[in-house]
Ligand binder design. Structure first.
Ligand code: DOR
Ligand code: ZN
Length: 416
């Protein structure tokens, strides 16, 4: 048994404890003192549950010039993420059970962290039974991959999800509320895909969801949050919390749904701090520097974030702007609950996925620090607090801030 000690976040507070992880990688004991011939003592560093990122686009297979599974999951590990949930707009798109199985086979043995996969059925009539997917993704509006469905199809997917007991993650923007003209800068992009498009779409979800388990992706404003029905869950991205349309980053900040005004961002931060938002998910959606250097209207939407979400938020703890239980809940515990996986909490029986972090260790966030394949981050130069060590099922995958492992990440989930 491996024993890992430090100031452990256990049952809502920090305590000096030892965590025993058995040969299968599960937490077998949590005690004041545990003895083993394999003991690692992290002193007064914090030990938190590994982060679960509900929303990433690792671009593998098909778009590996932007990102691939080995590179994306290494960046995830560096940023304290031990499980990623990968979106279906890869190439070929994951719209059928066969495409899903092929993707699962193509990824096997290539991930540094554990992963779950989403599927995006295109027609409710053919909503497949998906053994390997934990959830469906529904795009209500066009974005990278052109996987949007009509509201009618969405209803069929929602009904199928009730039978299959699958979560449905919704990209909620109503294209009927978009303006005809494309924006030429970040503010223009936000005006072209306005808040009302999001609010209306979330309202539609609330109306048709029935008994389906629904999760609203990337809310950008309090109006959208107000429309999320009781019983549904929602996420916010770090870019909507830390960036707004005034940030002078041009098309690097082009993303769907768009960055909003500084005021929207402040309101969103307050809502997040007060616990109105279940989870932080990165919506890691890398494109190359060349693609993002195109004229604004032509540049693809999406930005990387899997390696920087936790460090940026952890920095806010040090600054006294966020409390630790809220952070742990949003980046680990709630996302694991939403996906229904045995992760996200330091508790006997859970996987031994742990992040060791010293809050005093503040560094600049750079694309190089997180080893992004795409080579850029919209958060370049901001301050972050990165983990020193990360464990996946008890094995060290980040040591002294660097990813040191390849290939032991596993596909999780797929109950039916
Ligand atoms: O900006 C976005 N980029 N929004 C999405 O919904 C998809 C994503 C991507 O895959 O590039
Ligand atoms: Zn996305």
């Amino acid at each position: 048994m491996r024993v890992i000690s430090g100031r452990v976040f256990f049952r809502g507070r920090l305590e000096p404890l030892s965590i025993g992880i058995d040969e299968t990688g599960q937490i077998a004991a949590i005690k004041k003192v545990l003895r083993s011939d394999d003991e690692i003592d992290h002193g007064d560093s914090l030990i938190l549950p590994g982060c679960v990122d509900l929303h990433v686009h690792m671009r593998d297979p098909g778009l590996r010039h932007k990102e691939d599974f080995p590179s994306g999951t290494r960046s995830a590990a560096i940023g304290g993420v031990t499980t990623v949930a990968d979106m279906p707009n890869t190439v070929p798109a994951v719209t059928t059970a066969m495409a899903l199985d092929e993707k699962a086979a193509a990824l096997r043995g290539r991930a540094s962290v554990d992963y779950v996969l989403y599927a995006a059925p295109q027609s409710g009539a053919a909503v497949p039974r998906l053994a390997n997917a934990v959830a469906f993704k529904v795009f209500m509006a066009e974005s990278t991959g052109n996987l949007e469905v009509t509201v009618g199809h969405m209803e069929e997917i929602l009904r199928a999800s009730e039978t299959q007991r699958k979560l449905v993650v919704v990209h909620a923007e109503d294209p009927g509320k978009f303006t005809k003209v494309e924006g030429r800068d970040l503010k223009g992009h936000a005006e072209a895909r306005p808040k009302v498009a999001e609010e209306t779409a979330v309202g539609t979800v609330a109306r048709i969801r029935g008994r389906a388990k629904v999760h609203v992706a990337h809310v950008t404003c309090v109006g959208a949050l107000d429309a999320v029905p009781a019983g549904a869950t929602c996420e916010v991205t770090p870019h909507h919390l830390f960036l707004d349309w005034l940030r002078p980053i041009g098309a690097q900040g082009k993303v769907n749904p768009p960055l909003r005004s500084p005021r929207d961002r402040d309101e969103l931060w307050d809502a997040f701090r007060s616990g109105r938002i279940d989870a932080v998910a990165s919506d890691h959606a890398p494109h190359t520097v060349e693609e993002k250097s195109l004229p604004f209207e032509e540049a693809p939407a999406g930005l990387p974030g899997v390696g920087t979400a936790f460090p940026l938020l952890m920095r806010r703890i040090r600054a006294g702007e966020l409390d630790l239980p809220r952070l742990v809940s949003a980046v680990a515990t709630r996302p694991a609950e939403i996906l229904g996986i045995a992760k996200g909490t330091i508790e006997v029986g859970r996987d031994g996925d742990l992040v060791v972090v010293d809050p005093r260790n503040i560094e600049a966030v750079t694309a190089k620090r997180v080893r992004y394949k795409c080579g850029w981050t919209p958060f370049e130069g901001m301050e972050g607090c990165f983990p020193g060590t990360v464990y996946l099922r008890g094995e060290t995958i980040v040591d002294d801030g660097e990813a040191i492992s390849d290939g032991q990440g596993r596909l999780i989930g797929g109950s039916s």
